[in-house]
Every structure is written in C-alpha cells, then in structure tokens.
Design a protein around this ligand. Structure first.
Ligand code: BGC
Length: 405
C-alpha cells in the first residue's frame, strides 16, 4: 500500500512511500537494497522496508501469502520465477504499464517469459544470478600448495591436506534450500543443461529413470564428507564467512556470495576467487531477481517512479555491482564489473543461444512452489539420512516429479 506523508514545514513537497517485502537480509543483500533505497529517495519515494529473513526466500513467500490473505499486501514484493504467473493469474498483481518495460528487445528471452502474462507485463526485472560457482580462498590453496580444483576428484583429493591443516574443505549449511542448490548444481555438472531441463521441466520418462540422477545423489553424499560437523542451522553467509576467514577452502553457491564478499570489503581475484563448478564452464544455472507490485492505482506516483528507477541503466549497474549479479537489461555494458560477473555475462549470452541455460529449481525459476517443496524434502532427507541410498532417492524424486507433472 502507499501513503502520502504529510510534508514537513521545511519540505517543498510531499514524499510518498512504498512498502517493499523482500528477503535481502545478509550484509551484501542489505547493501544492494540500500542502493535501491537511495535512488528511490533521490526521486522522492521512500522505501519502507519489510525484510523477511531466510536465504532463497521461502519464508518471505510464506509471509507474503499471509499478508495477501489478510488483505494487507505490501506495495511491492520480491517474487521470482513462474510464481509471478501464478500470482498474476489469481488477479493479485498490478499490471505494469511502462514503455521500457514493455520493450521486449531490452531483455533476454528468459526474462521476457518470466515477467509477462498473456502479453501483460507484471514484474520488473532487476538482475541475474549465476548459481554454478565455487568460491575459493586463494591464500589457503597457495599456502598448502594445492592446485585450484577444476574437477570433483581434485577437490576431493585436496581434502586430506586441507583437513590436516585444520581447514574445512567445503563450507555449507544444512538447510533444505542450500542442499537443493547443491544437488541441482551437481546434477547439472554430471548430466548437462539439456538433461537438467528434460529431467526437472519436461520430466521425460527416459530422464526420470536415467542413472545420472543416482550418480548426482552419490556425488552429493561424497561432497558431504568434505564438510565439517557444524553444518546444521548455518546460513549461507556464515559459510561464506568461513571461506573469507580461511577457515574453509571452498563454498559452492550462487553469486550472491560475491555481494557478501564485496560488503565485507574483500577484493575479487585477491581475497577470493570464483571458478565455475566442475563441468559447467559453459553452463549458466540462473536465478533472476524481480519485483511485482500490488497497487490499485497505476498512475499514482510510486508505480512509475519504482519502475523507472529499477530500470535505469545506472541503477541496474550499481545494484548488480553490489549484489554480485549482472543487469537484467541486456543492452548495458559490463565494463565496470569484475571477472566473475563478466564471465557470468558472457556465459549467459552464449548459453541463451546454445541451450546451455538451466533455470534454478532451488531458486524457484522453473517449478510451482508445491513441486519445489517436494524436491527440497527428498533431497534434504537424503542429505541427512545416511541410510537412504542414492538409488532410493532417485526413485522417490522421479515418482514425485512424475506425479506433479
Ligand atoms: C535470490 C537472491 C538472494 C539469494 C539468497 C536467491 O533466490 O535470487 O537475490 O540473494 O536467494 O538469499
């Protein structure tokens, strides 16, 4: 909802406000949201913060549903992936009218698909994450004279040396969404983007019963042996901290980690390195940051100001620099970005043409929330219950994907 704040005596004109629900609560995420807040304030729109803690946004979506059911939606909210379509079809989202937003040539095809429902634009795209990254502490590898891993077996074989030096080989947090993120990355690495889409999206019978899924579960279990015993309740940014402090060597996670490192003042290429997850150099597992609006009055100031600001080239650049992403607008240069983001930009462009794009399941890019929950449940159970075999996990996941097709 939006309200007009009564002008202070010294104020020449009234400032309007817009409540924004989102899940950007880590240091890097807050710093990125601050870029938005500042630019909106410059245009006389006050961002009223409604943050809901929890990486990946599952808690935020639960709170948003409760608020909408309670008939008190925020003015704007971070909703990502095909869930945007569901909310729009239920009639909750404001149609967005804006010349640039309606210009499909400004965005990549996958972005256009997400933000429009039957030709009507209903979401504003901000930036694009690449998820298939390893984040490494270079000084750890240098000091112990270990080669930077480019294969799973290299990562595994460096573990004894790292452990002997008191370093955790792989930093991780045992949360359903973090486990699902790791699983989808491993599946992509083992079987490639085309298989990934056949499996998770098309749900072809041949893919559902393919042995590479068993192999991915096996690899996930192997990766667990590289972790420390304190993974429970660890948030992703706490895992990143371990890498930053040299207590862990590697974290496998989306490039919001880079936003976190930037907020902590770390320098890419010196304090940390990024490498694509083994076998995924040319693939881009993506998640796209988007906002929707719940306003009744399309011409009221908050809507055009919010859209204009979010789409402005400077904002798209500066937000992405803080967030670790690349801009959602494809017409913007990335010369100001570091090597990791430039690589993400290059690979995203190439992958859009070559079929190497993979929408993240763990980050709501390709499934209904119900299907996503079911995938999370099986992967999380497998990750935590050593008695569950990779074969059984693959059978259960196939059954679930088949049933929810
Ligand atoms: C979102 C990112 C966010 C990350 C961790 C992803 O689903 O796209 O914007 O930083 O979750 O919370």
């Amino acid at each position: 909802m939006w309200i007009t704040l009564i002008a202070m005596p010294t104020c020449a004109y009234a400032m309007q406000s817009l409540e924004v629900l989102h899940w950007w609560t880590s240091s890097g995420e807050q710093q990125s949201a601050a870029v938005l807040k500042e630019r909106l304030a410059d245009r006389n729109l006050l961002w009223v913060d409604y943050p809901v803690r929890g990486g990946g946004g599952d808690s935020a979506m639960a709170v948003l549903k409760a608020r909408v059911i309670d008939r008190s939606p925020p003015g704007a909210a971070q909703i990502i992936g095909p869930d945007i379509q569901h909310w729009a079809q239920l009639g909750f989202l404001s149609p967005l009218h804006h010349a640039q937003l309606d210009d499909t040539s400004l965005f990549y095809p996958v972005v256009n698909e997400l933000i429009r429902v039957q030709g009507q634009t209903v979401a504003i795209p901000l930036s694009i994450h690449r998820i298939n990254w390893m984040w490494l502490n270079p000084s750890v590898f240098e000091r112990l004279d270990i080669p930077l891993p480019t294969t799973w077996s290299q990562l595994e074989s460096s573990a004894p040396v790292l452990r002997a030096a008191g370093i955790i080989p792989l930093a991780h947090g045992n949360e359903p969404w973090q486990n699902a993120t790791l699983f989808e990355i491993v599946l992509l690495s083992q079987a490639g983007a085309s298989f990934y889409r056949q499996y998770f999206i098309d749900r072809d019978e041949s893919a559902l019963t393919d042995p590479s899924v068993v192999a991915a579960f096996e690899q996930l279990r192997t990766l667990k042996t590289l972790m420390d015993p304190h993974i429970n309740q660890r948030e992703w940014q706490q895992a990143s901290r371990l890498v930053a402090d040299g207590e862990a060597a590697v974290q496998i996670m989306g490039d919001w980690v880079k936003g976190e490192f930037s907020a902590w003042g770390l320098v890419p290429g010196e304090d940390y390195l990024c490498l694509p997850v083994p076998g995924t150099n040319e693939q881009h597992l993506y998640s796209i940051d988007t906002f929707v609006m719940f306003l009744d009055e399309p011409n009221a100031v908050p809507m055009p100001t919010f859209i204009d600001t979010l789409l402005s080239p400077d904002l798209q650049r500066d937000f992405s620099l803080a967030k670790g992403t690349i801009p959602a607008r494809k017409d913007l240069p990335v010369t100001a970005f570091d090597d990791c983001s430039r690589a993400s930009h290059h690979v995203f462009g190439q992958a859009s043409q070559s079929g190497m794009l993979a929408p993240s399941i763990a980050h709501s890019m390709a499934m209904s929330p119900e299907s996503e929950d079911a995938v999370f449940e099986i992967v999380h159970r497998f990750f935590n219950d050593e008695r569950m075999t990779p074969e059984l996990a693959a059978i259960q996941l196939a059954q679930t994907l088949r049933a929810l097709k």
